[in-house]
Design a protein around this ligand. Structure first.
Ligand code: SAM
Length: 236
């Protein structure tokens, strides 16, 4: 019987596995600390398992791979960031997804949040305004085995009307007002998780639920700091 060589990626993966386990512990500690704001002492086991499966080092620039499992945002180029893992986990948790849900993400960035949503069994549609970031996210997602995620380059303020309605919408850059097209594209009973507020001043993470009459109920969750939603969002 021929012996198969053992490649060094196994060892590398092993190193990152330990770092990912530490990151899960850091996220759980942040979740406990934030419980008075979020009302959730712990994130769901499904979300924690999804966070444990996605290899964040695949979604950051190679030079930052050694920092990929720190619980903090990192630069991904073009002045943008991959969000802090705790915030990715919390936003995923707040969406309360069921497998098969159709989810719109505004702000693909690195593709990491989209991969976490795919691990939760969602059908993911993600819009990014910067073509270079969308291309790089596409490459990283395919390389990591998430070829089913649909990406589009464009202004997420307008949503993705051809694919509406969505069971859930997640916005990963902050506008100052909730984009009306996104509310229109959310199904009745659906949830949107969105940071709201000007850059450099107080922003809040909101959960927005759409009622049968088309109105929304907003619930404030946590003070946050996100990059601004550009495009039409910046003109409102
Ligand atoms: N979800 C991303 C991830 O997992 O890496 C992090 C996103 S980063 C915090 C916010 C992203 O939103 C940036 O890539 C930015 O270019 C994008 N963005 C800003 N305004 C946008 C808009 N109007 N439409 C779509 N994307 C936008």
């Amino acid at each position: 019987m021929a012996l198969l060589p053992i490649f060094s990626t196994t060892a590398l993966g092993g190193d990152f596995d330990a770092a990912r386990r530490q990151l899960a512990a850091d996220i759980a500690a942040d979740a406990a600390r934030a419980a008075t704001w979020t009302g959730r002492a712990a994130l769901s086991p499904r979300v924690m398992a999804a966070m444990g499966r996605v290899e964040r080092h695949r979604f950051v620039p190679a030079a930052l791979a050694s920092q990929a499992y720190l619980n903090r945002p990192l630069p991904i180029g073009e002045g943008q960031t991959i969000s802090q893992p705790f915030i990715v986990a919390l936003m995923s948790d707040l969406l309360d997804l069921s497998p098969g849900d159709k989810v719109l993400e505004v702000g693909t960035g690195s593709g990491y949040q989209a991969a976490v949503l795919a691990e939760l069994g969602a059908r993911v549609f993600s819009i990014e305004i910067l073509p270079g970031l969308s291309r790089e996210a596409d490459r990283a997602l395919r390389a990591a085995g998430y070829a089913g995620i649909m990406l589009r380059v464009g202004d997420g303020w307008a949503g993705w009307p051809e694919q509406a309605p969505f069971d859930a919408i997640i916005v990963t850059a902050a506008p100052e007002t909730i984009p009306p097209p996104l509310v229109a594209q959310l199904r009745v009973g659906g949830r949107m998780v969105i940071p709201l507020g000007p850059q450099g001043a107080a922003q809040e993470l909101l959960v927005v639920e759409k009622q049968a009459d088309g109105d929304v109920v907003r619930c404030r969750v946590l003070p946050v700091a996100f990059v601004p939603l550009t495009g039409e969002g910046a003109r409102r």
